[in-house]
Design a protein around this ligand. Structure first.
Ligand code: SF4
Length: 351
């Protein structure tokens, strides 16, 4: 077992209460209706003072079998665009980052960008989290706990307005068991009941994880962080590509049987002089093959930071790259990352 595979330290061997499903509570001897107790834990808009109201008997039971501590918000920085980068402290003192992004309209929907690991082992050279290395996996309870903790202090006041993206710190498919358990908790009808189609798991291309997740239920949406159009370039910026190259990655996508209206999202961080030529766009379309139409292609101009030498292409090059892809019929969005002025944007999360 590698060090980061070790489960999160749990108080006196007790699991986090926030990663337990109703059937787990029942198996642990819950004295009342397990689905009701689960709903008390999982609905932060019913909490008082940032903690679930449980009643004496439920609290005594939970304290005897589980850990009731939540990741606490330690720091909060608000960007001029309304996004907030939050630093959350875990029970062992380590910190993760979560980004809260409300849309600027009344009753705004909120997208929350959540972390799955402390640091990341993938070492992508354009990414500040990658420069940290991996410290450990988050447990399912810590993943769910960050969502509940942030919702209880910043909203939204109902999960029907919440969208989750696993695009924070870590490679979620490198921690798939805990990530998938968290998804089972988050989608459970007695809790937040977030539809799986409003949860996106973004991967750097961990082929074994894609193949495994393709068979799991509930199955979230998949986003793939591509970032290069040939193996030589991709292996240089994303070392994972040396094990799972573009050919293997493309084959893995064919094992994912898309539901009706389900789309992949392909993310492509544009790096000046590295992956932003017209030839790169042509190769990208060739690699996508039948997937080049009808799916989402997000171009993300590099968010510059001190841990990487890469720079953002000039605006005219970004536009030319986008136009080239559109000329093939691709659906292209240029994503202006939110939270850029507080280092909360893609590839900038680091603690
Ligand atoms: S881009 Fe994603 S997978 Fe790559 S190092 Fe950063 S967090 Fe890890």
């Amino acid at each position: 077992m590698m060090p980061w595979d070790a489960p999160a330290p749990e108080k006196a061997g007790r699991p986090s209460a926030f990663g337990l499903l109703p059937e787990d509570l029942k198996a642990l001897g819950c004295p009342n209706d397990p689905a009701h107790l689960f709903s008390l834990l999982q609905r932060p808009w019913t909490w008082a003072e940032g903690a679930p109201k449980l009643g004496k008997e439920n609290r005594a039971f939970l304290e005897s079998v589980a850990d009731l501590s939540l990741p606490g918000i330690e720091e909060s920085s608000e960007s001029s665009d309304g996004a907030r980068k939050l630093a959350l402290k875990l029970s062992d003192g380590r910190r993760i980052e979560t980004v809260h992004m409300p849309r600027a309209v009344k009753n705004a929907r909120v997208t929350m960008c959540i972390s799955s690991q402390v640091g990341c082992a993938m070492g992508c050279t354009f990414c500040a989290t990658g420069a940290m290395g991996i410290q450990r996996n988050l447990s399912a309870g810590e993943i769910v706990g960050q969502v509940l903790s942030v919702m209880s202090s910043l909203g939204p006041g109902t999960s029907s307005r919440l969208t989750l993206v696993f695009m924070g710190m870590g490679e979620p498919l490198h921690n798939l068991d805990h990530v998938h358990r968290a998804i089972r908790v988050l989608t459970n009808a007695s809790g937040l009941c977030i539809p799986a189609r409003r949860i996106t798991v973004s991967t750097a291309g961990l082929v074994s994880g894609i193949e495994k997740l393709a068979r799991l239920k509930p199955r979230p949406l998949l986003a793939l962080s591509l970032n290069a159009s040939n193996d030589a370039d991709r292996s240089r910026t994303m070392p994972l590509n040396r094990f799972w190259n573009l050919e293997k990655l493309r084959a893995a996508l064919d094992t994912w049987h898309l539901r009706s209206n389900e789309k992949f999202t392909f993310e492509y961080v544009l790096l000046a002089g590295e992956n932003d030529t017209d030839e790169d766009a042509d190769r990208l379309v060739a690699w996508l093959g039948t997937l080049h139409r009808g799916h989402n292609l997000n171009l993300i101009p590099m968010n510059e930071h001190a841990a990487s030498e890469f720079r953002q292409p000039v605006e005219a090059r970004i536009q030319a790259f986008s136009d080239r892809l559109k000329s093939y019929g691709c659906f292209v969005t240029v994503r202006r990352s939110r939270g850029r002025d507080v280092n909360a944007a893609c590839g900038q999360l680091v603690k």
